[in-house]
Design a binder for this molecule. Structure first.
Ligand SMILES: [Mg+2]
Length: 321
């Protein structure tokens, strides 16, 4: 199949349509309309086979994850996702793979009402790059840099599950069969916290999505905000599947260092906590206070049941091989 027919058949015909796209796939550029009073947020992420996902990952999962990781970055800034473009390198044009990939792309696009507005396909080792654009009301972008000492530190959902899933799909570990699907879905089909991100706009002082692991990503907030943090390790939100699959030490290791969860980690000043909690409860989103920000720039302290806790592990780095 030629590039133009691939784009037309698999991508253009299947793209979700938005009213703010004036010109979509088919011209030299896409043209979109930004509503008055809105700023535009832009992010891009590349997934490389064998680096960002295991070799036998399904095309549907790859499509989902490539979009989801970008939407997670938009969520971390409080942006509402709108448009995506795709740059796809593949060794050969494989219609069965493209069919599954484009259906995965269509599925997540429809779910989040985002339109694929452009694309490029080239021959090369399998590599998927998505660029995503979203909107934020003027001046309301969440950043990593406004946390203050005394702010409470929260995380959504449960953490460490995707890292556990990676070890399961790589056959490094066996877990009870009833948790297998849930845990592998956390790795292959991450849920970007899009709604929560928009709800945090006026209440969070700083926010980041957990892509590289709780400790590694928290450090980015500490550095950008010139703050420290105290985490209560006994408060880490770990899933039932995690707790029943591995021992306590391993579960803490996953929770603190495993990447790919795409939960949000955020700081909230004391006078905004009640508003934040009400909003997230209404959105039916689980969230946990795991500690607070402190005054010593860059310093991360941990406690377990109020006793000092020393952790020697290190943050997640993209696996290889
Ligand atoms: Mg990020």
């Amino acid at each position: 199949m030629k590039e133009f027919s691939i784009i037309d058949h698999f991508f253009k015909q299947r793209s979700y349509q938005r009213k703010d796209v004036l010109i979509g796939i088919g011209d030299d550029c896409a043209v979109g309309k930004v509503a008055k009073g809105q700023n535009i947020a832009i992010t891009t992420d590349t997934l490389v086979k064998g680096v960002h996902y295991p070799h036998d990952t399904s095309a549907r999962a790859i499509a989902h994850k490539a979009v989801a990781v970008n939407l997670s970055d938009l969520a971390a800034m409080g942006a509402e996702p709108a448009w995506i473009s795709l740059s796809l390198a593949m060794p050969e044009s494989d219609p069965a793979w493209l069919e599954e990939f484009s259906l995965g792309l269509q599925e997540i696009s429809e779910y989040y009402s985002i339109q694929l507005i452009g694309g490029d396909t080239v021959q090369g080792p399998l590599t998927v790059t998505i660029t995503a654009q979203g909107f934020i009301p003027e001046g309301q972008a969440l950043t990593r840099s406004d946390a203050k000492p005394g702010d409470a530190l929260y995380v959504t959902g449960t953490i460490g599950d995707a890292g556990l899933g990676l070890d399961v799909v790589q056959n490094k570990l066996r877990i009870p069969v009833q948790f297998h699907e849930t845990i592998c879905d956390r790795l292959n089909y991450p849920t970007p916290r899009v709604l929560v991100g928009t709800m945090l706009r006026r209440v969070a002082s700083a926010c980041i999505d957990i892509s590289d692991g709780l400790l590694a990503d928290l450090q980015h907030i500490l550095d950008a905000s010139s703050c420290g943090a105290l985490i209560n390790i006994d408060k880490l939100p770990l899933s039932q599947a995690m707790l029943e699959s591995v021992d306590a030490e391993a579960s803490l290791n996953y929770g603190l260092t495993a990447g790919d969860d795409y939960e949000l980690l955020f700081c909230v000043p004391e006078d905004k906590i009640a508003n934040m909690e009400r909003a997230l409860l209404n959105a039916n989103t689980a969230f946990t206070c795991i500690g607070q920000m402190t005054g010593q720039a860059g310093k991360l302290e941990m406690q377990f049941n109020k006793q000092p806790f020393v952790f020697s592990g290190k943050g997640f780095e993209h696996f290889s091989g």
